[in-house]
Design a protein around this ligand. Structure first.
Ligand SMILES: NC(=O)CC[C@H](N)C(=O)O
Length: 215
């Protein structure tokens, strides 16, 4: 039977939570393929992935791990399609910082710890700006409850290349993108793996399925 291989980078951070959410979301998609989740700790674990998640955590610590075993170049080549295969890659929080700064590939500028010490962690209602994500969630389908933990801010996007999927209105009425997509790359400044709303994990898995499963 065909299988979909999703790796979760597991040096540090919220990788177990992503695994649980992927399994729940997968069951609801009703695909005939099986889901194979790889906890990525060694370069070999990156072989043949259809999707890759770079979880939240501490981006400076994760960057240090990436320097070992040539990991940074391997992942960078992978997300840019240099090896032929182009897995769908999703960075959450610190994972977004890696995608924008360390690994590269996504054309956004991020500012670390943008919400400041006094507002280190908070929850907020986000406005979804993408129809697929709104899904079938009743009249409030365009609202998503986001969990932010020392979150980065997306301060600018290359609007020719990057689609904004969700926005947050700050108390000063400034509207900021908090989730973006660029081709095979997805990035969120918040933590969908810490909520029961599985729309982001479904969206990611659908991005993977849309590319076709060659195994
Ligand atoms: N929850 C997170 O991933 C926090 C990210 C952290 N502030 C960093 O810069 O690495």
């Amino acid at each position: 039977m065909a299988s979909v291989k999703i790796g979760i980078l597991a040096f540090q951070g919220a990788f177990e939570e992503h695994k649980r959410c992927l399994e729940n979301a997968w069951d609801k998609l009703g695909s005939n393929a099986t889901l194979d989740i790889i906890i990525v700790k060694r370069p070999n674990d990156l072989t043949d992935l259809d999707g890759l998640i770079l979880p939240g955590g501490e981006s400076t610590t994760m960057s240090k791990f990436l320097e070992r075993n040539n990991f940074q170049k391997l992942i960078s080549d992978l997300v840019k399609g240099h090896n032929g295969k182009l897995p769908v890659t999703w960075g959450t929080c610190a994972g977004l910082i890696l995608l924008a700064n360390t690994i590269g590939g996504i054309d956004v500028t991020v500012n670390r710890n943008t919400y400041g010490r006094q507002n280190e962690s908070f929850e907020a209602s986000l406005m979804l700006t993408n129809d697929e994500l709104k899904g079938n969630n009743g009249i409030n389908g365009n609202i998503y409850h986001g969990v932010f933990i020392r979150a980065p801010g997306i301060v600018s996007v290359d609007s020719n290349r990057v689609e904004v999927l969700a926005e947050l209105t700050n108390i000063d009425h400034q509207v900021r993108p908090v989730a973006v997509r660029q081709g095979n790359l997805l990035a969120t400044t918040f933590h969908p793996e810490l909520t029961d709303d599985d729309r982001w994990h479904k969206y990611f898995l659908q991005m993977v399925l849309e590319r076709g499963i060659p195994h």
